[in-house]
Design a protein around this ligand. Structure first.
Ligand code: ATP
Ligand code: SF4
Ligand code: SF4
Length: 285
């Protein structure tokens, strides 16, 4: 089973626009929306949820007052200052490290796991989709991405899919690393802007660090010719292939308004560019 992750560094470069079209073009793929902080693939793919998985990330410490002797050892050991006056834990500061439970001589601390998100297995008009929702203000997005990928692998096997297409999160942090780990190829969607190029370079470094081969797609390629050439030069220097260049156009917005992927909405020259990128990605996988 081949796995492709679409990433960008900078947000809003066109990952979801492309990935949703890949979902339509791929003959036998499972889609995993790993942009768990701002999932939006479901808006275009209109999934029917078949199964919901609860997501619990880090625990929070609870001090049981009836057992606490007030010795203060836990306060001295908590590096995050989460234990307040009266030996009460501030759940927003507690990092769930478990040190207070370990050092408490009176066994007055327990660690409690709370649900902080959900992952979903769904059906769409193209094939299976695995997506997720992280609770408001919750952290541990990287762990939720890992859960989405684990479920996507199970779903893919169950449905005899030959490919998993992962819509990755923006940035270069923990969630991106979780979305990239162990995949066969990364498609970096960039744009010819200062921020686009800056983040392209950072995200390529992350992919290189994990030995993931990359391809680059220059989206909105005609908005700045000088910056476009800068991307091409960077890719040449790095020996990274360019999977295609896609111009700035009204087609993505029009398709989105109709709730369709680009390739369902039209077969115009813009859609042809998207199809070409998919063909190049398939060749490299
Ligand atoms: N080639 C293009 N020309 C004009 N608009 C485009 C083009 N590609 C994408 N867009 C628009 O740019 C916006 C961002 O695109 P999209 O949501 O696909 O980016 P993203 O990288 O997935 O964003 P995020 O990082 O927020 O997940 C959307 O409104 C989309 O319609
Ligand atoms: S270490 Fe245990 S007994 Fe001591 S103050 Fe903390 S919770 Fe109470
Ligand atoms: S679990 Fe860790 S962070 Fe939370 S209160 Fe205990 S020592 Fe502090």
């Amino acid at each position: 089973m081949k796995q492709l992750t679409v990433i960008s560094g900078k947000g809003g470069t066109g990952k979801t626009t492309l990935t949703s079209s890949f979902a339509a073009l791929a003959e036998n793929a499972t889609i995993a929306d790993c942009d768990v902080d701002a999932a939006n693939m479901h808006l275009l793919l209109q999934p029917e949820i078949i199964k919901t998985h609860d997501f619990t990330a880090l625990p929070t410490a609870i001090i049981h007052p009836e057992l606490c002797t007030g010795c203060g050892i836990c306060v001295d050991h908590c590096r995050f200052g989460a234990i307040k006056e009266g030996f009460e834990i501030d759940p927003y500061i507690c990092e769930g490290c478990g040190v207070c439970e370990y050092v408490c001589p009176a066994d007055a601390v327990t660690m409690e796991y709370n649900k902080c998100g959900e992952a979903y297995e769904s059906k769409t008009r193209f094939g299976p989709l695995v997506h997720a929702k992280l609770g408001i203000g919750e952290e541990a997005g990287g762990k939720l991405v890992t859960l989405v990928r684990e479920i996507a692998e199970e779903v893919s096997t169950k449905n005899n899919c030959d490919t998993i297409i992962i819509d990755g999160p923006p940035g270069t942090g923990c969630s991106v690393i979780a979305a990239l780990t162990g995949v066969d190829i990364a498609l970096v969607v960039t744009e010819p802007t200062v921020a686009g190029i800056h983040d392209l370079k950072r995200v390529i470094e992350v992919a290189e660090h994990f030995d993931i081969p990359s391809l680059v797609c220059i989206n909105k390629s005609d908005i700045n010719d000088r910056k476009r050439r800068e991307i091409e030069k960077f890719c040449t220097q790095k020996g990274i292939k360019i999977a295609g260049e896609i111009p700035y156009d009204t087609t993505p917005t029009e398709a989105m308004v109709k709730g369709k992927t680009i390739v369902e909405y039209t077969d115009n020259s813009f859609a042809k560019c998207v199809v070409e990128v998919w063909e190049r990605v398939k060749e490299e996988m």
